[in-house]
Ligand binder design. Structure first.
Ligand code: ATP
Ligand code: MG
Length: 384
């Protein structure tokens, strides 16, 4: 079979969302491919098919956030208005507030006094809002929280998770580890050392380091940093444990990862990397969503036939002006057919090298997806 005819096995989206054993769906993929749209569409579809769903979104486009009633950041899931309740399901949605989530972790891990010390510290404020990977880590942290709450009081039977636009693929899997490494790092240990027993032996050496740092950073900054490090050290054990628990939750067989990609060479290459990385981390991968696929034009005129007809019309001389719009349309038709053919070839190439990856293709809608009707259309296409 030639590489441009390899069919991928179909991803049965309805079977996935209807299965009561599916407890968490994570939508990941490169930036701008449609992760947020896919997450919201899946969540709405699952709710309208009877499940009790919460969708955790990250930076949804403003109009979509408004349509879902989550334009305000308050870090708690809110009911989405306008969901069809006929099947007995419902949908809550929330938009992740990264800083608020970080604060909640600190508050839950430290005494109120200690928590205040940390939250007020300038270093904490920088770390919690701009440390690389914090958003990824906090998304996973929030997932852990919602999952624990849902287990405790049966609030949701399906959690759909959107992921941040990561510069490097699957940053969110590395984030807990990276944050732990930072908090566990040599610099941090050094800052803490004077407060600890064995380190007293090296006080003289540390004195030199400290005075050098004081010169570079200034006394106040150094004091802030030391206070911060001493305080965060108390909650650090908690951070690491929670990160490990969430990682285990992601690996659970009740979790399903979907990789979203655009039908373009770079995006599909990145998707291949995602699929492989999920495999290495033993994450339960469910399938690939090829989003915003070009739609074949109506009729069965091939690209060559259309282009040929356009050439003939233009060569026919007399009445060039009359024929120009028709020739233009024929060329558009030819371009669109070629685009669809090119995407089909790309998808087949992917299927040939990843023959076990179940795939669904979602056509590009004419406009942005910014309301529940748009999400329903995407949901229909996902399940087609
Ligand atoms: N099938 C589709 N048809 C038409 N527009 C779409 C489709 N899927 C997504 N879009 C639009 O594409 C844009 C990007 O989608 P979305 O925000 O879901 O991507 P993302 O992967 O979450 O992006 P980011 O990485 O920035 O978070 C949005 O304006 C959305 O409405
Ligand atoms: Mg997004």
């Amino acid at each position: 079979m030639s590489a441009d005819r390899v069919p991928a096995p179909a991803l049965d989206v309805d079977a996935l969302i209807d299965d009561p054993a599916t407890g968490i769906i994570v939508c990941c993929g490169a930036g701008g491919v449609g992760k947020t749209t896919t997450s919201a569409a899946l969540a709405l579809r699952a709710a309208e098919r009877g499940r009790t769903v919460v969708v955790l979104t990250i930076d949804p486009a403003r109009r979509l956030a408004q349509a879902m009633g989550i334009a305000e950041l308050d870090n708690t899931p809110r009911p989405v208005e306008g969901v069809d309740p006929a099947a007995g399901g419902r949908l809550d949605a929330m938009m992740l507030d990264m800083k608020r989530t970080f604060d909640e972790v600190v508050e839950s891990q430290a005494s109120p006094e200690k928590a205040r010390q940390i939250l007020d510290n300038p270093f904490y404020q920088v770390l919690s809002s701009s440390f690389a990977g914090t958003q990824e880590y906090m998304a996973m942290e929030k997932l852990g929280q919602i999952h624990a709450a849902a287990q405790a009081d049966d609030t949701y039977d399906l959690i759909v998770v959107d992921t941040p636009p990561s510069r490097s693929a699957l940053d969110f899997l590395d984030a807990p580890e990276r944050l732990s490494r930072f908090l566990d790092g040599r610099f941090i240990r050094l800052m803490l050392a004077p407060a600890r027993g064995p380190a007293r032996l090296m006080t003289a050496g540390l004195g030199i380091v400290t005075s050098a740092l004081t010169r570079i950073l200034g006394a106040q900054v150094l004091r802030d940093l030391q206070t911060f490090v001493a305080a965060i050290d108390t909650v650090f054990g908690g951070f690491r444990q929670r990160a490990q628990r969430t990682y285990a939750l992601l690996q659970d067989e009740r979790t399903a990862f979907l990789v979203v990609a655009a039908p373009e060479p770079d995006a599909l290459r990145e998707a291949a990397y995602f699929v492989e990385r999920l495999g290495e981390d033993r994450m339960p991968f469910a399938g690939l969503v090829v989003n915003r696929a070009s739609v074949a034009p109506a009729g069965d005129l091939s690209a060559d036939e259309a282009a040929g007809a356009a050439d003939r019309l233009q060569r026919s001389g007399a009445g060039v002006d009359d024929h120009a719009p028709t020739a233009g349309l024929l060329r558009l038709h030819a371009d669109q057919v070629r685009l669809v053919e090119r995407e089909t070839r790309l998808r087949s190439g992917f299927a040939a090298s990843h023959p076990h990856v179940a795939t669904t293709v979602v056509a590009a809608l004419a406009g942005d997806v910014h309301d529940l009707d748009g999400l329903r259309r995407v949901g229909d296409l996902l399940a087609e």
